[in-house]
Design a protein around this ligand. Sequence first.
Ligand code: GUN
Length: 282
Amino acid sequence: MAFILDGKRISMEIKDELKEKAALLKERGIEGALAVIQVGADPASTVYVRNKKNACAYIGIESQAYELPEQTSQEELLALIERLNQEPRVRGILVQLPLPKHIDEEAVLLAISPEKDVDGFHPQSVGAMVIGKDGFLPCTPAGVIQLLKRSGIAIAGKHCVVIGRSNIVGKPMSLLMLRENATVTIAHSKTADLKALCKTADILIVAIGRPQFVTAEYVKEGAVVVDVGIHRNPDNKLCGDVKFDEVEPLASAITPVPGGVGPMTIAMLMHNCVESIEKLEG
Ligand code: GUN
Protein backbone atom coordinates (compact mmCIF):
# COMPACT_ATOMS: atom_id res chain seq x y z
CA MET A 1 0.00 0.00 0.00
CA ALA A 2 1.51 3.29 -1.08
CA PHE A 3 1.38 6.41 1.06
CA ILE A 4 -1.12 8.82 -0.50
CA LEU A 5 0.30 12.27 -1.21
CA ASP A 6 -2.77 14.17 -0.10
CA GLY A 7 -2.83 17.40 -2.07
CA LYS A 8 -6.32 18.22 -0.89
CA ARG A 9 -5.30 18.21 2.77
CA ILE A 10 -1.93 19.92 2.28
CA SER A 11 -3.41 22.61 0.02
CA MET A 12 -5.95 23.38 2.77
CA GLU A 13 -3.12 23.63 5.27
CA ILE A 14 -1.34 26.13 3.01
CA LYS A 15 -4.52 28.10 2.30
CA ASP A 16 -5.26 28.35 6.03
CA GLU A 17 -1.75 29.73 6.64
CA LEU A 18 -2.27 32.24 3.84
CA LYS A 19 -5.71 33.23 5.12
CA GLU A 20 -4.14 34.13 8.44
CA LYS A 21 -1.35 36.06 6.75
CA ALA A 22 -3.76 37.97 4.48
CA ALA A 23 -5.88 38.92 7.53
CA LEU A 24 -2.82 40.26 9.37
CA LEU A 25 -1.83 42.30 6.32
CA LYS A 26 -5.37 43.65 5.99
CA GLU A 27 -5.29 44.78 9.64
CA ARG A 28 -2.32 46.92 8.68
CA GLY A 29 -4.17 48.30 5.65
CA ILE A 30 -2.20 46.20 3.15
CA GLU A 31 -4.46 44.57 0.60
CA GLY A 32 -4.76 43.99 -3.12
CA ALA A 33 -6.59 42.11 -5.82
CA LEU A 34 -5.94 39.28 -8.28
CA ALA A 35 -7.20 39.96 -11.80
CA VAL A 36 -8.20 36.77 -13.61
CA ILE A 37 -8.66 37.04 -17.38
CA GLN A 38 -10.37 34.36 -19.43
CA VAL A 39 -10.80 34.71 -23.18
CA GLY A 40 -13.52 32.47 -24.62
CA ALA A 41 -15.44 29.77 -22.80
CA ASP A 42 -13.28 26.63 -22.82
CA PRO A 43 -15.13 24.45 -20.26
CA ALA A 44 -11.97 23.23 -18.46
CA SER A 45 -10.68 26.82 -18.21
CA THR A 46 -14.02 27.94 -16.79
CA VAL A 47 -13.69 25.35 -14.00
CA TYR A 48 -10.07 26.37 -13.26
CA VAL A 49 -10.98 30.06 -13.20
CA ARG A 50 -13.91 29.41 -10.87
CA ASN A 51 -11.64 27.45 -8.51
CA LYS A 52 -9.15 30.33 -8.48
CA LYS A 53 -11.87 32.87 -7.67
CA ASN A 54 -13.21 30.61 -4.89
CA ALA A 55 -9.71 30.26 -3.43
CA CYS A 56 -9.34 34.07 -3.34
CA ALA A 57 -12.66 34.33 -1.51
CA TYR A 58 -11.51 31.68 0.99
CA ILE A 59 -8.20 33.42 1.68
CA GLY A 60 -9.88 36.79 1.88
CA ILE A 61 -8.34 38.53 -1.10
CA GLU A 62 -10.28 40.33 -3.79
CA SER A 63 -10.55 38.74 -7.22
CA GLN A 64 -11.53 40.65 -10.33
CA ALA A 65 -12.93 38.53 -13.16
CA TYR A 66 -12.50 39.58 -16.79
CA GLU A 67 -14.49 37.18 -18.96
CA LEU A 68 -13.84 38.24 -22.53
CA PRO A 69 -15.53 36.86 -25.65
CA GLU A 70 -13.67 34.38 -27.88
CA GLN A 71 -13.36 36.99 -30.67
CA THR A 72 -11.51 39.50 -28.46
CA SER A 73 -8.55 40.86 -30.45
CA GLN A 74 -4.97 40.63 -29.25
CA GLU A 75 -4.85 44.45 -29.11
CA GLU A 76 -7.88 44.57 -26.82
CA LEU A 77 -6.38 41.95 -24.52
CA LEU A 78 -3.02 43.75 -24.43
CA ALA A 79 -4.77 47.03 -23.65
CA LEU A 80 -6.58 45.43 -20.70
CA ILE A 81 -3.31 43.98 -19.37
CA GLU A 82 -1.62 47.37 -19.69
CA ARG A 83 -4.45 49.00 -17.74
CA LEU A 84 -4.17 46.35 -15.00
CA ASN A 85 -0.37 46.76 -14.93
CA GLN A 86 -0.95 50.42 -14.07
CA GLU A 87 -3.68 49.78 -11.49
CA PRO A 88 -2.04 49.86 -8.02
CA ARG A 89 -4.79 47.81 -6.34
CA VAL A 90 -4.19 44.90 -8.74
CA ARG A 91 -1.25 42.88 -7.37
CA GLY A 92 -1.60 39.81 -9.55
CA ILE A 93 -2.59 39.33 -13.19
CA LEU A 94 -3.42 35.89 -14.53
CA VAL A 95 -4.39 35.12 -18.11
CA GLN A 96 -5.92 31.65 -18.26
CA LEU A 97 -4.36 29.46 -20.94
CA PRO A 98 -4.94 28.23 -23.60
CA LEU A 99 -5.83 31.40 -25.50
CA PRO A 100 -7.80 31.39 -28.78
CA LYS A 101 -5.59 30.63 -31.78
CA HIS A 102 -5.66 34.19 -33.19
CA ILE A 103 -3.88 35.49 -30.06
CA ASP A 104 -0.10 35.21 -29.66
CA GLU A 105 0.37 33.67 -26.23
CA GLU A 106 3.99 34.74 -25.97
CA ALA A 107 3.14 38.40 -26.62
CA VAL A 108 0.43 38.27 -23.96
CA LEU A 109 2.64 36.69 -21.28
CA LEU A 110 5.37 39.21 -22.08
CA ALA A 111 2.92 42.09 -21.55
CA ILE A 112 2.21 41.18 -17.90
CA SER A 113 4.37 43.20 -15.54
CA PRO A 114 6.83 40.75 -13.89
CA GLU A 115 5.95 42.19 -10.47
CA LYS A 116 2.33 41.05 -11.01
CA ASP A 117 3.16 37.79 -12.79
CA VAL A 118 1.69 35.44 -10.17
CA ASP A 119 1.64 32.55 -12.69
CA GLY A 120 5.42 32.86 -13.10
CA PHE A 121 5.18 32.62 -16.91
CA HIS A 122 6.92 35.88 -17.88
CA PRO A 123 10.41 35.32 -19.37
CA GLN A 124 11.86 37.44 -16.56
CA SER A 125 10.27 35.16 -13.94
CA VAL A 126 11.47 32.09 -15.84
CA GLY A 127 15.01 33.49 -16.07
CA ALA A 128 15.05 34.32 -12.34
CA MET A 129 13.97 30.76 -11.56
CA VAL A 130 16.71 29.28 -13.76
CA ILE A 131 19.47 31.17 -11.94
CA GLY A 132 17.85 30.89 -8.50
CA LYS A 133 16.95 34.58 -8.07
CA ASP A 134 13.78 35.94 -6.47
CA GLY A 135 10.68 35.87 -8.62
CA PHE A 136 7.32 34.15 -8.80
CA LEU A 137 7.59 30.38 -9.29
CA PRO A 138 5.13 28.64 -11.62
CA CYS A 139 2.31 27.24 -9.52
CA THR A 140 2.09 23.59 -10.57
CA PRO A 141 5.81 22.74 -10.21
CA ALA A 142 6.06 24.78 -6.98
CA GLY A 143 2.98 22.92 -5.72
CA VAL A 144 4.62 19.54 -6.41
CA ILE A 145 7.71 20.59 -4.41
CA GLN A 146 5.52 21.65 -1.47
CA LEU A 147 3.49 18.44 -1.69
CA LEU A 148 6.67 16.33 -1.52
CA LYS A 149 8.30 18.38 1.24
CA ARG A 150 5.22 18.61 3.44
CA SER A 151 4.70 14.85 3.00
CA GLY A 152 8.21 14.21 4.31
CA ILE A 153 9.62 12.92 1.01
CA ALA A 154 13.40 13.47 0.78
CA ILE A 155 14.46 14.91 -2.59
CA ALA A 156 18.21 15.60 -2.31
CA GLY A 157 20.36 13.00 -4.03
CA LYS A 158 17.38 11.15 -5.52
CA HIS A 159 17.09 10.37 -9.22
CA CYS A 160 14.06 12.23 -10.49
CA VAL A 161 12.66 11.53 -13.94
CA VAL A 162 10.22 14.14 -15.25
CA ILE A 163 8.15 12.98 -18.22
CA GLY A 164 7.08 16.09 -20.15
CA ARG A 165 8.86 19.23 -21.30
CA SER A 166 6.20 21.93 -21.45
CA ASN A 167 7.02 25.49 -20.44
CA ILE A 168 4.28 25.38 -17.79
CA VAL A 169 5.15 22.08 -16.09
CA GLY A 170 7.93 19.81 -17.38
CA LYS A 171 10.78 22.32 -17.82
CA PRO A 172 10.21 24.33 -14.62
CA MET A 173 9.51 21.11 -12.68
CA SER A 174 12.93 19.78 -13.65
CA LEU A 175 14.64 22.99 -12.59
CA LEU A 176 12.90 23.10 -9.22
CA MET A 177 13.83 19.47 -8.52
CA LEU A 178 17.42 20.34 -9.45
CA ARG A 179 17.24 23.28 -7.03
CA GLU A 180 16.27 20.72 -4.35
CA ASN A 181 19.45 18.79 -5.20
CA ALA A 182 17.81 15.91 -7.06
CA THR A 183 19.62 14.38 -10.02
CA VAL A 184 17.17 15.14 -12.81
CA THR A 185 16.43 13.52 -16.16
CA ILE A 186 13.90 15.16 -18.48
CA ALA A 187 12.10 12.61 -20.64
CA HIS A 188 9.35 12.99 -23.21
CA SER A 189 7.31 11.13 -25.79
CA LYS A 190 10.35 10.73 -28.08
CA THR A 191 12.75 9.46 -25.40
CA ALA A 192 14.27 6.12 -26.42
CA ASP A 193 13.24 3.24 -24.17
CA LEU A 194 11.18 5.47 -21.93
CA LYS A 195 10.00 2.54 -19.80
CA ALA A 196 13.54 1.44 -18.88
CA LEU A 197 14.54 5.03 -18.06
CA CYS A 198 11.48 5.63 -15.88
CA LYS A 199 12.20 2.40 -14.03
CA THR A 200 15.46 3.97 -12.78
CA ALA A 201 13.58 6.86 -11.12
CA ASP A 202 13.34 7.22 -7.35
CA ILE A 203 10.85 10.02 -7.98
CA LEU A 204 8.79 9.87 -11.18
CA ILE A 205 6.89 13.01 -12.13
CA VAL A 206 4.46 12.47 -14.97
CA ALA A 207 3.26 15.41 -17.05
CA ILE A 208 2.94 13.89 -20.50
CA GLY A 209 -0.71 14.82 -21.00
CA ARG A 210 -1.91 11.36 -22.02
CA PRO A 211 -4.58 9.57 -19.98
CA GLN A 212 -3.25 6.61 -17.95
CA PHE A 213 -0.04 6.48 -20.00
CA VAL A 214 2.23 5.28 -17.17
CA THR A 215 1.65 1.64 -16.26
CA ALA A 216 3.41 -0.64 -13.73
CA GLU A 217 6.10 -1.34 -16.35
CA TYR A 218 7.41 2.24 -15.94
CA VAL A 219 7.76 2.16 -12.18
CA LYS A 220 10.51 0.86 -9.90
CA GLU A 221 9.37 -0.80 -6.70
CA GLY A 222 9.32 1.78 -3.90
CA ALA A 223 9.36 4.81 -6.23
CA VAL A 224 7.48 8.03 -5.44
CA VAL A 225 5.02 8.77 -8.26
CA VAL A 226 3.57 12.23 -8.91
CA ASP A 227 0.80 12.52 -11.50
CA VAL A 228 0.29 16.00 -12.96
CA GLY A 229 -2.25 14.93 -15.59
CA ILE A 230 -5.99 15.40 -15.43
CA HIS A 231 -8.39 13.94 -17.99
CA ARG A 232 -11.85 12.47 -18.27
CA ASN A 233 -11.93 8.75 -19.08
CA PRO A 234 -14.62 7.26 -21.37
CA ASP A 235 -16.90 6.87 -18.30
CA ASN A 236 -16.56 10.64 -17.72
CA LYS A 237 -14.57 10.03 -14.52
CA LEU A 238 -11.43 12.05 -13.76
CA CYS A 239 -8.12 10.25 -14.26
CA GLY A 240 -4.47 11.21 -14.55
CA ASP A 241 -1.46 10.34 -16.72
CA VAL A 242 -0.81 7.33 -14.45
CA LYS A 243 -2.77 4.07 -14.25
CA PHE A 244 -3.29 4.48 -10.52
CA ASP A 245 -4.68 1.02 -9.68
CA GLU A 246 -1.76 -0.70 -11.38
CA VAL A 247 1.02 1.59 -10.10
CA GLU A 248 -0.13 2.19 -6.52
CA PRO A 249 0.81 -1.29 -5.20
CA LEU A 250 4.38 -0.81 -6.48
CA ALA A 251 4.96 2.77 -5.34
CA SER A 252 6.02 3.88 -1.87
CA ALA A 253 3.99 7.09 -2.29
CA ILE A 254 1.65 8.35 -5.02
CA THR A 255 -0.65 11.27 -5.78
CA PRO A 256 -4.32 10.59 -6.43
CA VAL A 257 -6.25 12.25 -9.27
CA PRO A 258 -8.23 14.23 -8.33
CA GLY A 259 -6.95 15.50 -4.97
CA GLY A 260 -3.20 15.37 -5.66
CA VAL A 261 -1.38 18.01 -7.66
CA GLY A 262 -4.47 19.97 -8.80
CA PRO A 263 -5.34 21.63 -5.48
CA MET A 264 -1.65 22.37 -4.86
CA THR A 265 -1.51 24.51 -8.02
CA ILE A 266 -4.24 26.77 -6.67
CA ALA A 267 -2.65 26.92 -3.21
CA MET A 268 0.63 28.10 -4.77
CA LEU A 269 -1.19 30.71 -6.86
CA MET A 270 -2.64 32.04 -3.61
CA HIS A 271 0.86 31.95 -2.09
CA ASN A 272 2.15 34.09 -4.96
CA CYS A 273 -0.77 36.52 -4.61
CA VAL A 274 -0.23 36.99 -0.87
CA GLU A 275 3.50 37.44 -1.46
CA SER A 276 2.76 40.09 -4.07
CA ILE A 277 0.37 41.91 -1.71
CA GLU A 278 2.97 41.72 1.05
CA LYS A 279 5.51 43.42 -1.21
CA LEU A 280 3.24 46.50 -1.19
CA GLU A 281 4.63 47.11 2.26
CA GLY A 282 8.05 47.85 0.84
N1 GUN B 1 -3.76 26.58 -18.02
C1 GUN B 1 -3.39 25.39 -17.51
N2 GUN B 1 -2.66 25.58 -16.39
C2 GUN B 1 -2.59 26.91 -16.20
C3 GUN B 1 -1.99 27.72 -15.19
O1 GUN B 1 -1.35 27.27 -14.24
N3 GUN B 1 -2.16 29.06 -15.35
C4 GUN B 1 -2.83 29.60 -16.38
N4 GUN B 1 -2.91 30.91 -16.46
N5 GUN B 1 -3.40 28.88 -17.33
C5 GUN B 1 -3.27 27.53 -17.22
